[in-house]
Design a protein around this ligand. Structure first.
Ligand SMILES: [Zn+2]
Length: 261
């Protein structure tokens, strides 16, 4: 047994057994960010998706080759594209949180940017359903625009906020980003996984999804190997298979510092 498999069994095995004893299984889903065009790393990612029958949502930047990405996704069951920002460009004035939308932007302009982004996907015969803002910057003006265009929002967090049912976050980043991108480490990753699983169990939020987050262009070999061990345990489902259940007890949304973008 590989070290990763052993750590997974020891660190989250008992928690998964508690779920199973109650007749439940956690709902994992899988999002990968920053795709712009097919690359060897993307091939490797999609091969994992195929091998483990793990559907993936690829958050792609509209200035890339969306048609080529859409073609690559069509060869993989359950693979789909999400919109990852407008240009993945930080437009924040100095001292403001990084992001593409800020307090100075008017709704009409954000709507126009969003329409342009959606149109790029439509030309590739993709109707996007999910928007992933770079730097997790869910600015209120952006949220308003997404609502008007009927797109769901996906950031990085702990639990779904009750006030935001139309939101599907990622929660478990395999990478750490400072001082440079590398695998988060199995122990760190699994401690967080165990905590988020236990929170959902104690709140009886059995259907509250847990989003695995990857960035295929930044993975080191350790990150790839860990994914190979984790995917068959997590058994992610397609985004389209996830309902929008209300969390029954009050859940606080705690934003978590994720990667820069
Ligand atoms: Zn990004």
């Amino acid at each position: 047994m590989s070290l990763h498999r052993l750590l997974i069994a020891v660190m989250i095995g008992p928690e998964l057994a508690r779920w199973k004893a109650g007749g439940h299984a956690p709902v994992f889903w899988w999002r990968d960010d920053d795709a712009r065009r097919p690359t060897p790393a993307l091939d490797r990612l999609l091969a994992l998706s195929l091998r483990f029958e793990a559907p993936i949502t690829l958050a792609a930047v509209p200035d890339g080759d969306i048609a080529a990405l859409a073609k690559a996704c069509r060869a993989v069951p359950g693979a789909e594209l999400a919109v990852h920002g407008f240009r993945h460009e930080n437009r924040a004035p100095p001292g403001w949180p990084s992001g593409e939308v800020n307090d100075l932007d008017r709704l009409a302009d954000v709507m126009s940017e969003l329409s342009t982004a959606i149109e790029v996907f439509r030309r590739a015969r993709v109707t996007p359903r999910l928007f992933v803002p770079p730097w997790n910057n869910a600015h209120p003006t952006l949220k308003q625009a997404l609502g008007l265009r009927g797109l769901s929002l996906s950031c990085y967090g702990d639990m779904r906020d009750q006030a935001e049912p139309d939101r599907l976050d990622a929660h478990l980043d395999v990478m750490r980003w400072k001082p440079e991108p590398r695998f988060r480490g199995a122990v760190r990753f699994l401690l967080r996984t165990r905590r988020l699983l236990a929170e959902r169990r104690s709140k009886r939020a059995w259907d509250e999804p847990l989003g695995l987050l990857t960035h295929h262009l930044d993975h080191d070999e350790e990150a790839w190997r860990f994914l190979e061990a984790f995917l068959p345990v997590a058994r992610p489902v397609a985004r389209t298979a996830i309902g929008k259940p209300a969390v029954k007890t009050a859940a606080t949304s705690r934003p978590v510092a994720a990667r820069a973008g």
